[in-house]
Design a protein around this ligand. Structure first.
Ligand code: ADP
Ligand code: MG
Length: 476
């Protein structure tokens, strides 16, 4: 699954000529759907894809238009591989999927999904979970100090070692590997003991199943089913926050499973103490189990992840050369979130593929990175600018704001001032006070950098990169 970024269009004239990069047509969608029917069967396609269409297939990503977030997430979690295969069958160079919710036909869709007396869910559908994603294994997870504790704990739970507590809660912000580890645990348990019932659901899917059971007057049946599983894995329990009924039901389930020495594995975006929207009993139950956090990967881990992903995808691009400098460039630009890092690399490889280039050049990297732009452009604050410039040039923030005239520091300072003037709406006195400089010095710096941009290619590239990173922040 790729990140939720919008594949974008236009910009570089060379790229816009690349084949299959523009909008996917209605005709494409019919071909894709026909192929999906062969892979998934007509019933699945009419259940899940009748309200779906394709918006675009650019940058290696097929963006589907769906009628609800739930529908999109479900399709993404369960049918991403088949969608990619079908897009490729239709001649679109696609490596991942994304979705966008459209309001069109929403009422019609919700009317269709309303349970009717004749069309009751079968017992298995009552607690239908997500299909495990084989790609998310312990082997494919790159370990560093940032995620080492979580990895160790997950692996031990995967091996059936319950530490006498029975439950594990993995928390961390978006894109740090929670879903990956959760799937890896489920796989390991299932493959070492195939008879175990292992259920993986997302928090909102659990809620959906529970609400359907209540409205369909099948709560007892639902409870029996949940309590009969051996391993219950629920991804993103922050969805439970503020949902009283679901939280209470889940807490009861959790308690019943724990009493029977069964395994409960959960993920969420926040540490337990910050989950104010959960009831006290559930929070204390979570705290009785093992809880581990995931931290954003540092540069070294980001580089190792990129290297690993390239190895994993090598067969798709056997002749492609990527220099260590390019990898470093990507690792330095996409900080914070592995999903975005992975998405950037995926797009880079896909774009090189379109252009049939054998080498990923810095120019191509720069284009793809600049192109990876969320629709809303943020105004960075001056601290963000100081931080980005200091990281980029390896100069401390203190020096950037200080008085030293050492050449590389003074140059970095001028660039920071230039960016502050150009990317923010802050006044000259405000910028001046941040850098302890008067108005004339600020204006002089801006002028110098403007000139430098015309005469020094490397400086121009540094600036474009910093600008794109600050305008389109990628962190969670
Ligand atoms: P989360 O659930 O925390 O939002 P995911 O588990 O979906 O994040 O991870 C996002 C993407 O990044 C996935 O494709 C996952 O495989 C990848 N990923 C995250 N951490 C790692 C890691 N340490 N090694 C390899 N891939 C990783
Ligand atoms: Mg996740």
């Amino acid at each position: 699954m790729v990140g939720k970024y919008e594949a974008c269009r236009g910009g570089n004239p060379d790229l816009s000529k690349a084949p299959n990069q523009e909008m996917a047509s209605k005709g494409d969608w019919s071909t894709i759907k026909r192929h999906l029917q062969q892979l998934l069967g007509q019933k699945v396609v009419s259940n899940w894809f009748s309200e779906v269409s394709i918006a675009s297939a650019s940058g290696g990503v097929a963006t589907l238009l769906v009628t609800s977030k739930f529908n999109g997430e479900y399709i993404q979690a369960n049918f991403a591989e088949e969608i990619v295969a079908s897009c490729r069958h239709a001649g679109l160079k696609v490596y991942g999927t994304d979705f966008r919710v459209t309001s069109r036909n929403r009422t019609q869709a919700s009317r269709q999904s309303r349970p009717s007396g004749q069309n009751q869910a079968s017992p298995t559908q009552l607690l239908k979970g997500l299909r495990l994603n084989k790609r998310y294994s312990f082997d494919s997870f790159v370990v560093g100090t940032e995620n080492g504790h979580a990895y160790d704990a997950a692996r031990r739970i995967g091996q059936g070692n319950l530490f006498g507590v029975g439950s594990l809660y993995i928390y961390g912000s978006v894109g740090l590997g929670k879903t990956h580890l959760l799937n890896a645990i489920c796989w390991m348990r299932k493959s070492s003991s195939p008879d175990l019932t292992v259920k993986l659901l997302s928090g909102d899917l659990f809620m959906d199943r529970y609400v359907r059971a209540v409205t369909g007057k099948r709560l007892l049946e639902f409870r029996e089913l949940v309590r009969s599983v051996d391993v219950l894995a629920i991804d993103d329990i922050q969805f439970f926050e503020g949902r009283r009924g679901t939280t209470e039901e889940f807490e009861m389930t959790f308690s019943a499973l724990s009493n029977e020495q069964k395994t409960v594995v959960l993920t969420g975006q926040k540490p337990v103490v910050s989950m104010n929207g959960l009831n006290v009993r559930l929070r204390s139950r979570l705290q009785q189990g093992l809880t581990v956090g995931l931290k954003p990967p540092g540069l070294d881990l980001r580089l190792r992840i990129l290297q690993r992903k390239i190895e994993d995808w090598r067969h798709e691009y056997p002749d492609l050369e990527i220099s260590p400098e390019v990898l470093e460039y990507v690792a330095k630009t996409f900080t914070g979130d592995v999903r975005l890092l992975e998405g950037a690399l995926q797009r880079l490889l896909a774009t090189a593929g379109f252009l049939r280039s054998k080498k990923i050049t810095p120019d191509l990297v720069e284009h793809v990175l600049t192109d990876l732009a969320p629709s809303a452009m943020a105004e960075p604050n001056i601290d963000d600018i100081v931080k980005a410039v200091s990281e980029h040039f390896g100069v401390s923030a203190k020096d950037l704001k200080g008085q030293t005239r050492i050449r590389n520091i003074a140059r970095a300072r001028q660039i920071a001032i230039y960016l502050a003037k150009n990317l923010t709406t802050k006044s000259l006195p405000h910028i001046g006070s941040t850098f302890s400089r008067d108005r004339t010095t600020i204006l002089y710096s801006v002028k110098r950098v403007r000139k430098l941009q015309k005469t020094d290619q490397a400086a121009a590239r540094d600036l474009r990169l910093l600008e794109s990173k600050l305008r389109y922040p990628t962190g969670a």
